[in-house]
Design a protein around this ligand. Structure first.
Ligand code: GTP
Length: 588
């Protein structure tokens, strides 16, 4: 165990993580480079577009008398918990920064997590071969962040291989060897995936004891018991081994079919053992909800199949069937965050060729009821009567925006306008600033990231993380068409914004609803009180067209009759709302 070194790499997209890992695999003679590249290629396009780093396959390398285990942190802001579990599986982190770009917001967040967990941080600056490399400036950023010495920062080119051997040496020297926490089996699940043929495969770090092929194991959180069908190392492809020992990292084929039974962060032990689970396990809960419907009604089954398939490899996704008078049959889905939602929706479209209608996402509100119970509200129509509610809380995020100084003013006013409250401003160097805010999750759900990007001409980077629940004044707003509530258009809004939001929904409806023979009232109501109203005037059919001459009484009679008919029609509320009209209001 004394010669094992477990480490990870923290880096922003494109800063050279995969290139560095490739060089390490080459230098240590582990290589199976071609295979690795092929695996990565599949996911590349979508993740790149969204600024998500591609997750490396873990790798075990033998070099200079050491066993080096490299694992990766998921480069996706919604997966902070998973990142924290990956960091818990290692003793050190290589902080990899591009010498032409400097530190970015997401790197920062992961770095803080690593520091919190007492990992040894090994600062490395990459791409020093490029003419645009600004070693001085970027060194200063790293020094300001870590409080390290300039000589501690390793200067490398992952592309040419310059300096990479020194990185390996530093990892061997600086990373503490694992300590055996326990004599009995105790292993942390830091990642998991679903293999079509093998079922659930978990990636583990053994903290105590030993685990062998054929052993029976217990998952502490779920109580599930299963057998070790196979286990082994990452080379980086799976290579079977007889056992995994304390301090080691490897994969384990569980035979389970359901990812939820083997959760990231859970501990595996022997079924009869009294050993305590490792700290840090948490059941992650969705924060963002949206309705997903097929554009074509007869694609419902195809959508269902697709969601079930994606769910196999995505334990944090929640979904349940739903049915809307406007959009037909579909699913109400819960996600960890907005990027999770976006990726999911894109995968449905690209991998399953589905045309979808995705409703405006809402956040998970926490309702404290007068009878002292709590409920999580994710669907507007499930909002209980206000008399039952004591108070409501909404999720708040902690965000960090890293930006060149020149955009500071405009970014600050934009974030303030979105109800952000300022926490801190820190200078990374003389012209790069880290802004920290607390902001309601609902404020950043739609277009926030795009706006941050466009205000800063693309230079700012954003990171967000769940912070806490805070009180808010929330009301249910109903939309009435011809005095009939339209369920699909019910929404949750801040009390002081109800008039404004109601007005904008109604205006939109007015633009898209076809006119009828009679006038149509459009209203937004909160608790039975109308907060905004509009009217679509009647399309007047000339019922008097056939009359010649000047019989005024006859003419008046016909008009009266028409008026009565219209009134009756309006009372019956026979308004067919075409799907396009719903979509215009509901769609993001
Ligand atoms: P993701 O896989 O998207 O997370 O990015 P990454 O951090 O793994 O970056 P990757 O290794 O794919 O490198 C991004 C780009 O930078 C590629 O085009 C590399 O060829 C290039 N690159 C990486 N390291 C160096 C370097 O030291 N010098 C130069 N000139 N280019 C480099």
């Amino acid at each position: 165990m004394a010669n094992i070194r477990n480490f990870c790499i923290i880096a922003h997209i494109d800063h050279g993580k995969s290139t560095l890992a490739d060089r390490m695999l080459e230098i240590t003679g582990t290589v199976d480079k071609r295979k690795m590249k092929n695996q990565l290629l599949d996911q590349m396009e979508l993740e790149r577009e969204r600024g998500i780093t591609i997750k490396l396959q873990p790798a075990r390398m033998e070099w200079d008398g050491f066993i080096l285990n490299l694992i990766d942190t998921p480069g996706h802001v919604d997966f902070t918990y998973e990142v924290s579990r990956s960091l818990a599986a290692v003793e050190s982190a290589v902080l990899l920064v591009d010498a032409t770009q400097g530190v970015e917001a997401q790197t920062l967040a992961n770095l803080y997590l690593a520091v919190e967990q007492n990992l040894e941080i090994i600062p490395v600056m990459n791409k020093i071969d490029l003419p645009a490399a600004n070693v001085e400036k970027v060194s200063q950023e790293i020094i300001n962040l870590l409080g390290c010495n300039k000589e501690d920062i390793l200067l490398i080119s992952a592309k040419t291989g310059q300096g990479v051997t020194e990185v390996l040496k530093a990892i061997c020297q600086k990373t503490p060897a694992p300590i055996e926490e326990n004599k009995e089996l105790q292993a942390l699940i830091f990642d998991s995936n679903y293999d079509e043929y093998k079922g659930v495969v978990i990636y583990i770090r053994v903290f105590g004891g030993q685990i062998n092929k054929g052993d029976r194991i217990k998952f502490c959180a779920t109580g599930e018991i299963s057998e070790v069908l196979d286990l082994g190392y990452f080379k980086p492809h799976w290579v079977s081994a007889k056992e995994l020992n304390s301090g080691e990292i490897g994969y384990l084929v569980t035979g389970l079919k359901d990812l939820e039974k083997a959760q990231v962060g859970d501990t595996i032990i022997s079924p009869k053992s009294q050993v305590k689970p490792l700290p840090g396990y948490k059941k992650v809960k969705p924060m963002v909800y949206a309705g997903i419907f097929p554009q074509e009604g007869n694609d419902y089954h195809k959508l269902r199949e697709a969601i079930l398939k994606l769910k196999l490899s995505d334990a944090s996704l929640e979904f349940e069937p739903t049915n809307s008078s406007a959009l037909g049959f579909g699913f109400r889905c819960g996600f960890l965050g907005l990027l999770h939602l976006e990726i999911f929706q894109e995968r449905l479209k690209r991998e399953f060729d589905l045309s979808l209608v995705v409703t405006t996402p809402t956040v998970a509100y926490k309702l404290h009821l007068r009878n002292k119970s709590e409920m999580i509200l994710t669907t507007p129509t499930e909002m209980p009567d206000p008399s039952h509610i004591d108070y409501i809380e909404e999720p708040y995020m902690s965000i960090e925006v890293l930006t060149p100084q020149e955009y500071l003013g405009s970014l600050m006013s934009y974030i303030t306008e979105k109800n952000g409250s300022h926490k801190d401003t820190k200078y990374l160097n003389e012209n790069r600033v880290i802004l920290s805010y607390a902001i309601p999750l609902s404020s950043i759900l739609v277009d926030f990231y795009d706006n941050i990007k466009s205000i800063s001409s693309g230079y700012a980077s954003l990171n967000y993380e769940f912070f806490d629940y805070r009180r808010c004044e929330l009301v249910r707003m109903d939309i009435l068409v011809a005095e009939h509530p339209v369920e699909a258009l019910t929404s949750l809004v801040y009390k002081n914004r109800a008039h404004h939001v109601g007005k904008s929904i109604i205006k939109k409806l007015k633009d898209v609803l076809p006119r009828a023979q009679f006038a149509i009232k459009l209203q937004a109501a909160v608790g039975g009180k109308i907060v905004a109203a509009e009217k679509i005037s009647a399309m007047r059919k000339d019922v008097t067209a056939k009359l010649y001459g000047g019989d005024v009484t006859r003419k008046r009679k016909l008009l009266e009759k028409q008026k009565k008919g219209k009134k009756r029609m309006a009372q019956q509320g026979k308004i067919d709302i075409p799907q396009e009209a719903y979509l215009a209001v509901l769609k993001r």
